[in-house]
Design a protein around this ligand. Structure first.
Ligand code: OAD
Length: 253
């Protein structure tokens, strides 16, 4: 299997035949929107332990420090715009029935790009939850005012994201797993595929007969197993996939 930049006939053929497309995305798809990825040079976890800001224990010990970290990420995400990668996925979805984006990202950029069918495996920066009364709600303001925010009940409010040591939302993961089993093409975009169980979805899909395609400028844990690698930034590769599908739709008409 050789790495290419353009989608293969197998890939476009399966989609042209109406097969279901499931796309698992990670921080790399938002890199071209100027949001940092987690690992590697300049990544969010460089010089900072995830355990200091992304665990329930860290929040119990110092909610203000944890909120400073998330307030910054909310601000950055609010200032970011969906890029050609996000927009191409929304375009592909608009043109065909069976597309689902399963994202590990919490930035909301897929939704802002127009994606309608999505699952957020790691929650969202824009969801808030009271640790006392458990009420959960959306708040898309870039600035939340005094930190840490408080609920009307007086309890502390936490970000609605999944932290290390916490389980993924059960229904969301079950729906993603079910979709992975049905996928004709399973596209993995911009993730190091190191964090489970999100990364397991690729294996589940492939074991159920999906064509496993990786879009990433670098090699990852998944590269060796992928049926096809499209090597390059998502903002360059995904428009090519959208274009190839547009062209094949033209052939059919
Ligand atoms: P990582 O930072 O681990 O990986 C980002 C991936 O994106 C790497 O494989 C890069 O090569 C790739 N990449 C960089 N630029 C890209 C581009 N322009 N186009 C496509 N790919 C590009 O981020 P994730 O895999 O998303 O979890 O991390 C998974 C989880 O670990 C996150 O959801 C977060 C983190 O700790 C929690 O916070 C629970």
């Amino acid at each position: 299997m050789h790495p290419f930049e353009r989608p293969s006939r197998e890939l476009t053929g399966r989609l042209r035949a109406g097969g279901a497309l499931v796309v698992l995305t990670g921080a790399g798809i938002s890199a071209e929107s100027d949001l940092d990825t987690f690992r590697g040079a300049g990544g969010i976890w460089e010089g900072r332990s995830a355990l200091e800001v992304a665990t329930p224990e860290a929040f119990d010990a110092d909610p203000l420090a944890v909120w400073r970290f998330y307030a910054r990420r909310r601000k950055d995400a609010a200032a970011a715009k969906p890029n050609a990668g996000h927009l191409s996925l929304a375009e592909i979805e608009a043109a065909r029935p069976d597309v689902l984006v399963v994202t590990q990202n919490v930035d909301g950029l897929h939704q802002r790009a127009g994606t309608k069918r999505w699952i957020e495996l790691h929650g969202s920066l824009w969801r808030l939850r009271c640790v006392r009364c458990r009420k959960e709600w959306s708040d898309t303001r870039a600035d939340l005012g005094t930190l840490p925010p408080k609920c009307a009940c007086g309890g502390l409010v936490r970000p609605g994201v999944v932290w290390f040591g916490e389980s993924l939302p059960t229904a969301a993961f079950a729906a993603a797993e079910e979709a992975a089993r049905r996928a004709s093409v399973f596209l993995v975009v911009g993730t190091s595929a190191l964090v489970r169980p999100a990364a397991d979805l690729a294996e589940i899909a492939q074991a159920s007969g999906s064509w496993l395609v990786e879009v990433n400028p670098e090699e990852t844990n998944l590269s060796a197993a992928a049926d096809e690698r499209l090597v390059g930034p998502a903002g360059r590769i995904l428009p090519r996939l959208a274009e190839a599908l547009r062209a094949s739709a033209g052939d059919v008409a």
